[in-house]
Design a protein around this ligand. Structure first.
Ligand code: ADP
Ligand code: MG
Length: 308
């Protein structure tokens, strides 16, 4: 689902916008959705030949290039080829599984994982360097979808709007009343309702993405097993980060970095964010007894949520 709010005017109504947005999102899905068997990304994943050149269209290329950047910036903590490990740890389409895989299976699976096992040709092609490598851009493509919709709205002459796809948002310009767009971050707690606001973040021509680990996990001996995998070890992260929120100039970057920071943890994650222009973050760690410890970057501003 998505939500788009635009500030319209007598000279510029929202008529016909939905069709334009749906057309654009369908186009992005045909390239990037791993849920569609005939999407470009799914067809690339089925390519068996090492060294075979697979031509890709411009959206796929743009996301692969941004993904390569997030992979490098994060020192490999973000890796779009991680899905065999996600499946191995019981978070695949077949539903959760409880037992932990053996060290041997982890090592075997790690062999198929690694973003540098895919060569990106800037003219618009991908080449596998390992026959078994596959790519899943779900932790960055939603953000790209938000940016793509924002692009359509600007083309259509709007400069004040809010776009949201699956919790990732971009706020451009201002609301109708002239005040900044404000976005709520969900309380990072499995018991919290999806409408329960934890913090409010004002947006000024910025994107905001949140990666959370409080809704998607497996319980193992009473402990939560994270669905976020550290591709450097092949194991679920244990840093107790329950949510990572990132503000950035583009939603694709915010989305990818939110997942990256979730893997990196508060120290390394904040060190990365502080070094990037226009990027801020709030990392929340759960301590004993459910106490939430907040790690904001130096420029992260929030308003307290009203009591509810
Ligand atoms: P959401 O989908 O709720 O926005 P994220 O943006 O954090 O959550 O993305 C979760 C996805 O990231 C899952 O599909 C999972 O398979 C994948 N994933 C898990 N670990 C990593 C990682 N280290 N790098 C990239 N993607 C990952
Ligand atoms: Mg993400």
């Amino acid at each position: 689902t998505y939500h788009v709010t635009v500030v319209a005017s007598p000279s510029r109504s929202g008529d016909g916008l939905q069709e334009a947005i749906d057309r654009r999102l369908n186009e992005v899905n045909r390239q990037l959705s791993t849920w569609q068997e005939d999407s470009e990304i799914s067809r690339f994943n089925r390519v068996a030949g090492v060294g075979e050149e697979f031509p890709i269209s411009s959206d796929f290329l743009a996301v692969m290039e941004a993904a390569a950047e997030v992979h490098t910036l994060s020192g490999g903590a973000w890796d779009g080829t991680v899905s065999p490990l996600v499946v191995l740890w019981g978070f695949g389409p077949g539903g959760p599984s409880l037992s932990s895989p053996s060290d041997e299976r982890i090592a075997q699976t790690l062999d198929e994982v690694g973003f540098d096992k895919i060569e990106i040709r800037p003219m618009g092609a991908l080449v596998k360097r390992h026959a078994a490598v596959t790519v899943d851009l779900s932790s960055i493509a939603k953000g790209y979808g938000v940016d793509a919709v924002a692009g359509i709205l600007r083309e259509e002459g709007f400069s004040d709007f809010l776009v949201e796809i699956g919790g990732e948002v971009f706020g451009a310009g201002r609301r109708r009343d002239g005040r900044p767009w404000r976005v709520g971050i969900n309380r990072p707690d499995p018991e919290a309702g999806s409408g329960e606001v934890y913090k409010i973040v004002p947006l000024g021509d910025q994107a905001l993405a949140t990666s959370g680990d409080y809704r998607s996990y497996v319980l193992e001996d009473g402990r939560r097993r994270s669905h976020v995998i550290d591709p450097r070890t092949g194991e679920p992260v244990t840093n107790r980060v329950v949510s990572a929120t990132v503000l950035a100039p583009s939603c694709m970057r915010a989305d990818g970095l939110a997942t990256a920071v979730m893997v990196m943890g508060p120290e390394a994650g904040l060190a990365l964010v502080e070094g990037l222009d226009g990027v801020e973050a709030l990392i929340v760690v759960e301590r004993r007894g459910g106490f939430l410890e907040e790690h904001p970057s130096s420029g992260f501003r929030t308003e307290d949520a009203p009591d509810q």
